[in-house]
Design a protein around this ligand. Structure first.
Ligand code: MN
Length: 290
């Protein structure tokens, strides 16, 4: 008999701010004190939904560095472009995911797609930061565009409930994302009345981010918009029941049991490594956009 994971807490966004002039975000963590329970995830920003008027001007975040972790962007509405100093670039739209491994360091820009802005429209996306273990923090940068067509979609019923496997496995479906530690990342839509039983390995941290809807998670009420439910590592099963049409993201991962030292866009294990990251960025070792 599987043991149910316990809902440890339900959180609203702890802060909200603009990232550059393209991403009006609500932050779920680290602005809420859940670092231990969501490890290996470091940050969850929920951008929008926000309506941008038509413009020919550029909007987004100008070039900035990252080292020691990965940034994962999941698009729900609107289009976003990425370009980095490792020579990688890509544009994602609804249903697509960008999985950018900064590792030893990149400089990149994140912009709203000019063709999207030209006509204007609603932007809605999530950005996650995923930590890397010490052994991979200084490995080569990598970039994966995971298009909607690459992401397996499991139909849960005949009324439109579905589960998309971005990373990890679900019921025989494998997500396309290459990860450095075990991660399960699912985009889930449940129609009102639908149920879903999830099985997450014991000792994997897990949480649910609700974009909108009304759920019961292991019988605990979880409803509204932009809310995070954090579950225990202990236990395996998560029973989700929707009483309204709901959209949520399931995040689970094996915690990385190493010290975390962070300074802005750099996440390393020690303060000395952070000073080195700042120095390497300043001296151009993370490259430049051309
Ligand atoms: Mn960035």
């Amino acid at each position: 008999m599987e043991k149910a994971k316990k809902v440890l807490g339900i959180y609203e966004s702890g802060s909200s701010y603009w990232v550059g002039d393209g991403f009006p975000v609500r932050n779920l963590f680290p602005s809420n004190p859940v670092a231990q329970q969501v490890n290996p995830f470091l940050l969850l920003d929920y951008a929008g939904p926000h309506e941008f008027p038509a413009t020919n001007e550029s909007r987004g975040v100008e070039e900035h560095p990252h080292r020691g972790f990965e940034t994962v962007s999941i698009a729900y509405q609107g289009k976003v472009c990425h370009r980095d100093s490792a020579g990688n670039s890509g544009t994602i739209g609804p249903g697509d995911v960008q999985w950018m491994t900064a590792a030893s360091g990149v400089v990149h820009e994140e912009k709203l797609d000019p063709s999207f802005l030209k006509h204007g429209g609603v932007l809605e996306m999530i950005q996650l930061w995923v930590n890397l273990p010490r052994a991979f923090k200084m490995s080569e940068p990598r970039y994966q565009t995971l298009t909607s067509a690459d992401i397996p979609e499991a139909k849960l019923d005949d009324s439109g409930s579905l589960l998309r496997v971005i990373a990890g496995e679900w019921d025989g479906n494998s997500g396309p994302a290459k990860t450095f530690t075990p991660i399960q990342l699912y985009d889930v839509r449940l129609r009102s009345g639908a149920k879903l039983d999830l099985h997450i390995t014991t000792n994997m941290n897990s949480s649910l981010f609700l974009l909108k809807g009304k759920l019961a998670v292991n019988t605990v009420a979880f409803e509204g918009q932009a809310k995070l439910a954090v579950l225990s590592g202990d236990g395996e099963s998560i029973a989700v029941e929707a009483s309204e049409d709901s959209t949520f993201l399931v995040l689970a991962g094996t915690p990385i049991d190493e010290p975390v030292a962070q300074h802005g866009p750099f996440v390393m294990n020690t303060r000395a490594e952070l000073l080195q990251a700042v120095e390497d960025y300043r001296s151009g070792k993370m490259g430049h956009l051309v």
